[in-house]
Design a protein around this ligand. Structure first.
Ligand code: UD1
Length: 366
């Protein structure tokens, strides 16, 4: 059996790493199992891509399609063309895609049209917000797939509600949490907060990159106003995504942020550096998807700067709160969360470090 795994963008790498590991260890009992790791090249910067391969002990990809950035159609189209050629050449039995980035949907579509079986890891998440490119990617990918691996039962129910055959849906848990649990000791030893002159549990970690927050000058400026107020009572560490930095510079907001004494503007961080920082923080302030889930397991409250989430389980366990991007609401929510103090949250079922092993078993039994 030949299994081809696809990774394209930063949030994919920590999901693919445990799958590679689980499949590699299954090779002992399945000598005919061949694993191919393909990087589409959607993310390509040292800090957005290569650093993660080092941190996560991921093997160098067998193939890098080097598609790079572009508009959605350009990027998706380039991945499809390059990936189809690779499929003709390598003829895998399964293509495994993860998450919801443009590379996810592009590879699923190319494979399905060649009648190659496709599996989606992290299937069934829904924000119901069709203005998010990731929602389009999630729905289209899921409808094409032969095996859908879900992180929680809400996601499985979404798929059943959309008419996906039950036999294709497998509730296996969360591969991203496999990675977090595996690396948390190594990350803690880095004491990343110390290097920034911060005290454990006395700072927040901020990430921001959604087009809905950073592409419109008045919205981004409102968030910067909120940050100005927040950093006065809670120091913030802010690893800045390349597109966010570019937008901040274009809108004249970068200098304003640089002038804030307790806002630490950082280059994008590696996996371990970021985990070290979030694990010791008092609060996560983000528009990312994955951080909302990591917050649950880290026991760090999360305030999400979005009007909706595809990960509602993070809210139901009490870890996450949706605040949107209104400046006053952001400041009020942060103040209230900081005043409320520490937390630990119920960990969802099967977020136990074994998700990738379950997936490998199901693929090998197929
Ligand atoms: C992508 C995903 C998003 C995910 C995010 C995490 C889609 C639709 N979006 O968004 O779901 O949360 O990754 O980072 O797939 N850039 C660089 N270096 C890089 C990659 C990108 O500088 O290595 C810059 C380029 O200017 C590029 C821009 O970031 O145009 C956007 O990159 P892109 O891959 O299109 O989407 P992300 O915003 O990173």
């Amino acid at each position: 059996m030949k299994i081809l795994l696809v990774a394209g963008a930063r949030p994919n790498f920590m999901k693919v790493a445990p799958l590679v590991e689980a499949l590699r260890s299954a090779q002992a009992d399945h000598p005919d199992l061949e694993i191919l790791l393909v990087h589409t090249g959607q993310h390509y910067d040292e800090r957005m891509s290569r650093a993660f391969f080092t941190d996560l002990d991921l093997p160098r990809p067998d193939v890098d399609l080097e598609v790079g950035s572009g508009t959605h159609a350009e990027q998706t189209g380039r991945v499809m063309i390059a990936f189809e050629a690779l499929l003709f050449e390598r003829k895998p039995d399964w293509v495994v895609v993860v998450g919801d980035v443009n590379s996810t949907v592009a590879c699923a579509l190319a494979a399905k049209k060649l009648c190659i079986k496709v599996a989606h890891v992290e299937a069934g998440l829904r924000s119901r917000d069709w203005t998010m490119p990731e929602e389009v990617n999630r729905v289209v990918t899921d409808v094409l797939c032969d095996a859908l691996f879900t992180t929680d039962t809400l996601a499985s129910e979404n798929l059943i509600g959309e008419g996906i055959e039950r036999s294709k849906i497998h509730f296996v848990g969360n591969v991203m949490i496999d990675t977090l649990l595996k690396h948390s000791e190594r990350a803690a030893a880095l004491r990343q907060w110390e290097q920034l002159g911060l005290q454990p549990r006395r700072y927040g970690v901020l990430t921001l990159h959604r087009p809905g927050n950073v592409d419109l000058p008045e919205v981004f400026a409102g968030i910067v106003n909120a940050l100005e107020a927040v950093q006065q009572f809670l120091p913030l560490a802010f690893p800045v995504h390349p597109r966010t930095r570019r937008m901040a510079e274009t809108f004249g907001l970068w200098q304003r942020m640089e002038a804030m004494p307790n806002l630490r503007l950082l280059e994008p961080l590696g996996y371990l550096e970021m985990l070290s920082l979030t694990a010791a923080s008092a609060l996560i302030l983000t528009d990312s998807g994955g951080l909302q889930e990591e917050a649950v397991v880290l026991g760090v409250p999360c305030i999400t700067l979005r009007p909706n989430t595809e990960r509602p389980i993070t809210i139901s366990v009490g870890a996450n709160q949706l605040v949107g991007n209104d400046p006053e609401e952001i400041v009020a929510a942060v103040r209230a969360r900081v005043a409320a103090g520490g937390n630990s949250f119920r960990r969802p079922d099967k977020w136990d470090g074994q998700a990738a092993r379950r997936i490998a078993q199901i693929l090998l039994d197929s």
